[in-house]
Design a protein around this ligand. Sequence first.
Ligand code: SF4
Length: 370
Amino acid sequence: MNMKQNEKVWTTEEIIEIYNRPLLDLVFEAASVHRKYHDPNKIQVSTLISIKTGGCSEDCAYCPQAARYFTDVETNELLSVKQVEVAAKRAKMLGSSRLCMGAAWRSVKDNADFDHVLDLVKTVHDQDLEVCCTLGMVSEQQAQKLADAGLYAYNHNLDSSEEFYKEIISTRGYEDRLKTLENVRKANMTICSGGIIGMGESVEDRCNMLLTLSQLNPQPESVPINALVAVEGTPLEEQETVEIWEMIRMVATTRIVLPHTTVRLSAGRTNMTKEGQVFCFMAGASSIFAGDKLLTTPNPDIFEDLALFEKIGMNVQQPYEKHAKPERVEGKTYENEETVKWSRPAHKIEANEKYKALAKEKRTELKNQD
Ligand code: SF4
């Protein structure tokens, strides 16, 4: 399961130097690294569905699913097994090798909802698709239960550097993120962990995030690179759209620093031209998320994606090409485990508080109109 390790030990300065190279030199090197470790004409497609939307207790400044902001996201309860089975079949038919299920939770709780998620994992696993979940923080035992249900990958993004993380989230700490990644690794699942650019972070923050990812041992098998989709009603609503050049730089730098990982072109693709996306593939991105929505933000139509792959001669990757299908373990009993105490950092982020207050005002206004 563990990926081959890159022997290079990076420093922030080295990564910044790579990031700032003349663009064409940077892309040339990234493309060369990509060709050394990956098939450049193959692309992995993941379908991302939201199995439980909105109403989240956290204060991630970029996220329209946080209950404290006032966005047009409707809160939904968990999807049924049937709904997920239909989504999995459709995703497979349209070329996805992986189905990723996201729930807007701070952390997984040992309750009926988690048992239901385990059933969803089994359902997708039975469709011969790689199953990925992103459910917030998980304990070691919860990670093990997911692995035993057949989970192939767990997504938990670092989002940014440790330093900048404090500027966008105050309801948990960076060490909580790393702890979850450690728990996932102990359960022998693959890790998907990356970040978002365009939140107001510096180039140093971007490079420090890559440094932290490169220091994980083993390194993540998958690194999603998202461009912020600035959603109205969130504290980051006024952030400017990330320029394609920044996206290409970030993808190329990730490819060079983490040569074995799958680099995923994730949120923000609707703001990119097709040529811009192909430039990212050239720079080492070898995966996309499919589906007309990425949890709650817009995404290109899958048929457009498939047409583009055909035009440029890219083939979609089949499930389990990189790692074997996980075995499902039935009838296992689990020892009772102490609940993990996740941190709640004692600081407040002004912008988040401001948008929380604005949302409260708007809700009261709407209530009075009824
Ligand atoms: S990113 Fe996840 S944890 Fe943060 S507010 Fe959104 S759903 Fe909650």
